[in-house]
Ligand binder design. Structure first.
Ligand code: GDP
Length: 484
């Protein structure tokens, strides 16, 4: 653990915090015990009287120059000191805002290194904030997630994480388990006080409530997964039903190729779009056709089928201005075996209908076995009449997507699990608590029950980073960028 007490063993780190390349301003960060002495050597404030007795004030921006060992001016800069513990890392830190040219940044950084700073590892500033107890592991990871957030939903979810929403839920759960452990311990050590200790029946009851909370939290991992990249969504259907037109209508931009010749979208095209605040990764796939396809198109078709399989949501497009074709039914059968979410879109509703989906969608016509199959396949699948051309029905499509992904239990504004590691640890805690519940029911000795409770307590602690091995901490922070 890095602390401010053993200053001698801690190095002073520095890194450029802004992206590489030419820019108006670059920010160089410094953190560690030598920060103040290094800044004093290389930074000459202008119009600020500083003496030994009145050094630079903390958290005040100064204008001045950075000089080299020959007292030559390297750059005109703004500099701010942030004395411990009121800084990002809880150590003495400084930021130098210099001009953004490559040579200037290299020269300022070089001067810092010559005066005793060392280059920071990726994520080392945040790692110090974590090791010095300013933030927990959930919040540290949220910093990285916030930097790489690609949409508003991801940004809002990680901001809540950073503010400690998820952390406090996990901390409360741990606190409760700790109390149960203390009570069990008390009744083992002092059986005469058993009355005062909460009995196992109460623990079991409270544990049931906690399990529900943690299970709801674990269920958010599904949202957490797609929040970063968007819900993988495939537009599937035979050629010419209007897949590319639908993609364009959703994107409100002419990205996909729209043509009257079947089979033009030979490969797949993916775009990120927000539908009612839900990030969607929308892929227009090659039309799926049974016969007479050339080799290139076959590759596209194979890819569409694989893509439909790996997608969370499939938008299955049919053209109701035409009779349903064998290809349509063939695709239905393929989709039938996939357990992803599906929406059937009856496109070209602006044209006179030749295919009445309502008839097709019932088993009232026993002479036609395809019709009967259909009714079994898509009985509970939302079906919407749309026109990619006029935009009719698109609002209903968006509302349906929203309903599918923002369930009553999981509001999109809740605390959300976004890390696979956190999800696995949460599942471990849930399974250990379930074991403890069963053990209580079976009348297993209390010291055995406390082993399960302790395992749950430890797993939750690992999410916060309280009981986590050094190598795991190193691995987590290695994924960060330099300067953060
Ligand atoms: P894809 O092969 O499934 O991607 O189909 P396209 O999007 O390329 O559309 C094929 C043809 O159908 C084009 O001429 C489109 O203009 C037309 N089309 C697509 N959607 C509609 C619609 O909702 N109404 C009408 N009238 N025509 C449409």
């Amino acid at each position: 653990m890095l602390t401010n007490n053993n200053d001698n063993t801690i190095n002073t780190i520095t890194a450029v915090a802004t992206p590489p390349g030419v820019g108006a301003v670059a920010i160089i960060r410094i953190s560690g015990p030598k920060t103040n002495s290094i800044i004093k050597k290389i930074f000459i404030p202008k119009k600020a009287k500083t003496t030994k007795k009145t050094p630079l004030k903390s958290h005040k921006m100064y204008y001045g120059t950075i000089i080299d060992e020959n007292h030559q001016i390297i750059d005109e800069v703004m500099c701010v000191l942030m004395n411990k513990p009121h800084s990002y890392t809880c150590e003495d830190t400084a930021e130098i805002h210099c001009h953004g040219g490559l040579a200037t940044v290299a020269a300022v950084l070089g001067t810092l290194l010559e005066n005793g700073a060392t280059l920071a590892q990726p994520g080392e500033f945040t790692k110090r904030a974590f090791l010095n107890g300013r933030i927990d592991l959930i919040q540290a990871e949220a910093v990285m997630e916030l930097i790489s957030a690609k949409n508003n939903l991801a940004r809002r979810a990680t901001l809540r994480k950073l503010a400690g929403g998820l952390s406090s839920k996990i901390k409360q759960a741990r606190q409760q388990i700790l109390l149960w452990l203390a009570n069990i311990e008390l009744s083992i050590d002092y059986p005469e006080h058993e009355e005062e200790a909460s009995n196992l029946a109460t623990i079991q009851q409270d544990c049931g409530v906690l399990l529900q909370t943690l299970t709801n939290l674990a269920a958010t991992a599904n949202i957490g997964n797609f929040i970063k990249t968007g819900v993988p969504t495939a537009i599937i259907g035979k050629p010419n039903v209007g897949k590319s037109s639908l993609m364009n209508a959703i994107l409100q931009a002419e990205r996909a190729i729209v043509t009257e010749i079947p089979g033009t979208t030979r490969d797949t095209l993916t775009e990120n779009v927000s539908v009612r605040n839900i990030p969607i990764q929308l892929t227009d796939t090659a039309g799926i056709r049974q016969n007479k396809v050339d080799k290139v198109e076959q590759l596209g078709i194979d890819r569409s089928l694989a893509l439909a399989e790996s997608s969370e949501l499939v938008l299955f497009v049919l053209d109701i201005s035409e009779q349903l074709q064998p290809e349509d039914t063939a695709i239905m059968h393929l989709l039938q075996n996939q357990d992803n979410k599906k929406i059937i879109l009856l496109n070209k509703a602006d044209l006179p209908p030749k295919c009445e989906w309502e008839n097709f969608n019932t088993s009232e016509n026993p002479e036609n076995p395809e019709n009967s199959n259909k009714s079994n396949i898509f009985q509970n699948t939302p079906t919407i009449k749309i026109s990619a051309k006029t935009g009719t029905g698109l609002n209903e499509l968006y509302a349906t997507i929203e309903k599918m992904f923002v369930s009553e239990n999981i509001a999109i504004d809740d605390d959300i699990i976004t890390k696979e590691r956190d999800k696995l640890l949460l599942q471990t805690a849930i399974s250990q608590l379930n074991t403890a519940m069963t053990e209580i029911t079976q009348g297993v000795p209390e010291d055995i029950i406390s082993i399960s409770l302790r395992a749950a307590y430890i797993a939750l602690g690992e999410i916060l980073g309280e009981t986590v091995a050094d190598d795991i901490v190193d691995k987590i922070f290695a994924e960060f960028c330099v300067g953060k």
